[in-house]
Design a protein around this ligand. Structure first.
Ligand code: AMP
Length: 472
């Protein structure tokens, strides 16, 4: 059972960015730019699909960063005013192209394509049923289940087919489905992952985050709300009946780490949320020190908040190499400290003889921080006070954030004092759960399952002992 659980958890580590364009010439090129802004959400593969006014579909998918996966010449002759795109990230297993999205099939109503961000929690159960009924799956993505549910629906109208399919899936989905030239845009009833609508001239842009709208020069209209299903044809938006209403549970880890700080999520500036986390952290865990600095870049805003609250000067003590590709480190260089040194270096002039506060947004396995602490000591830091701008992560995520297995999460094995010792820091302080939630209380309610183990939906696959093959 232990082994099985391990496999399930591993296979569920996925994060993604999605984009959709309706009613704009050059839709594929706009989708490319949108994906470029969403690069942080998915670095393993990217794809774009466009449909022109004659109903001709063009699709291109590749592995790697958006600009490597999709060259301008790959989409130069993609015409039409409708397009969808996807950037995929998965640290585990298959990076093959067959798991890259958009997924595209032909079915009895025409063409059907899909871009999905999130993770379904009953995909394995549904997949088993579908396979027993004769379905042939082409990938290991959980999203393919949705494609089959739509294609096998007994209903006739694509609107009803989409609704019927979405009412059967559980878990997290921010989805852009394309049927012929119509976009269906949907968010699961909990609203785990972000999805926003924007207007650009006569057209509509849908994207995971507002930073994509900014790059395209589109005006933000509003978020796609939890449980909402919208139909967008030639930039005209119609609302379809909502999915089963329930209390929302936005992923708070989007605010802690995942989203870009220049994005607004659920009415909240990500940068402002992180600063508030940093200020609260300073109130809960002040330190007698000379300066504070971030582990760039994800904790920059939190460190600023900490500095403002404590009055400690904000320093730049760690420099990050932004050009480290995911494939740069070879397996024989798996030494963790080396990995950390490739990505970060310490500024001796800032650190020598100083009592410092290092702020990070989260502690996952603890391997990065251990390497960083060794580096800071080498550079002459006298005291290191480590502050984490989120609570201890003790539970895996089943809704689409890349987290290791429970056993690999340092806070699921060790108490705070033991973690402090393990990291060899002089003091360690985590932001409290109450402090974190209080800082963003107007923007929730939130899913905090990675901190509390309280999952807001049934975990059907896990409960039924299915080994999910779902990957996206
Ligand atoms: P670790 O060494 O595993 O404790 O990694 C902690 C660092 O990973 C922190 O600096 C975070 O900014 C970053 N981090 C947190 N969550 C994730 C994630 N889901 N994927 C990649 N990096 C993450």
């Amino acid at each position: 059972m232990r082994q099985k659980l391990h496999v399930i958890q591993k296979s569920l580590r996925e994060e993604c960015g999605v984009v959709g364009v309706s009613g704009l010439e050059g839709a594929a090129q706009l989708a490319f730019l949108g994906l470029y802004a969403l690069q942080h959400r998915g670095q393993e593969a990217a794809g774009i699909l466009a449909v022109d006014d004659d109903g001709e579909y063009r699709i291109h998918k590749g592995v790697g960063l958006v600009a490597d996966a999709i060259k301008q010449e790959d989409i130069a002759d993609f015409r039409g005013r409708t397009a969808i795109g996807h950037a995929r990230y998965s640290t585990f297993g298959e990076s093959e192209l067959r798991n890259a999205q958009p997924a595209l099939v032909s079915y009895r109503k025409g063409k059907l394509a899909l871009s999905h961000n999130g993770n379904l929690t009953n995909a394995a159960v549904l997949r088993t049923q579908l396979v027993e009924e004769g379905a042939i799956f082409q990938s290991t993505m959980d999203s393919e289940v949705i494609v089959h549910l739509i294609a096998r629906s007994q209903l006739d109208d694509p609107d009803d087919q989409v609704l019927e399919a979405l009412n059967q899936v559980e878990g997290a989905f921010s989805l852009i489905i394309l049927i012929n030239d119509t976009l269906y845009v949907a968010c699961d009833p909990k609203g785990f992952r972000p999805l926003v609508l924007g207007r650009l001239g006569p057209g509509i842009i849908v994207a995971s985050e507002t930073c994509a709208l900014d790059l395209l020069g589109a005006d933000y209209i509003r978020d796609v709300e939890p449980g909402e299903v919208l139909k967008i044809c030639d930039a005209k938006i119609d609302a379809l009946p909502r999915l089963a209403p329930t209390v929302p549970a936005h992923c708070i880890f989007e605010l802690v780490y995942f989203a870009r700080p220049d994005t607004r999520l659920w009415g909240c500036s990500v940068d402002a949320a992180r600063r508030a986390f940093g200020r609260q952290l300073a109130k809960e865990h002040p330190a007698d020190a000379d300066c504070v600095f971030s582990v760039p870049d994800s904790s920059n805003s939190a460190a600023l908040g900490y500095s403002v609250e404590t009055g400690l000067p904000l320093e730049l003590a760690l420099i990050r190499n932004h050009y480290v590709g995911r494939t740069f480190i070879q397996p024989d260089q798996s030494d963790r400290d080396f990995r950390v040194r490739v990505k970060y270096n310490a500024v001796r002039e800032v650190l020598e003889g100083q009592r410092v506060v290092m702020v990070d947004d989260s502690l996952v396995r603890g391997t990065t921080s251990r390497g960083l602490v060794a580096m800071l000591r080498e550079a002459g830091a006298k005291e290191i006070h480590f502050r984490i701008a989120s609570p201890p992560i003790r539970h895996p995520c089943f809704y689409g954030i890349d987290m290791p297995t429970k056993e690999e999460l340092i806070a699921s094995r060790l108490e705070v004092e033991d973690i402090r010792e393990h990291l060899r820091v002089d003091s360690l302080g985590y932001l409290s759960l109450e402090g974190m939630k209080d800082a963003v209380k107007e923007h929730g309610p939130f899913c905090d399952a990675c901190f509390t183990g309280s999952y807001p939906t049934p975990l059907t696959d896990l409960e039924r002992g299915h080994v999910a093959t779902a990957r996206r």
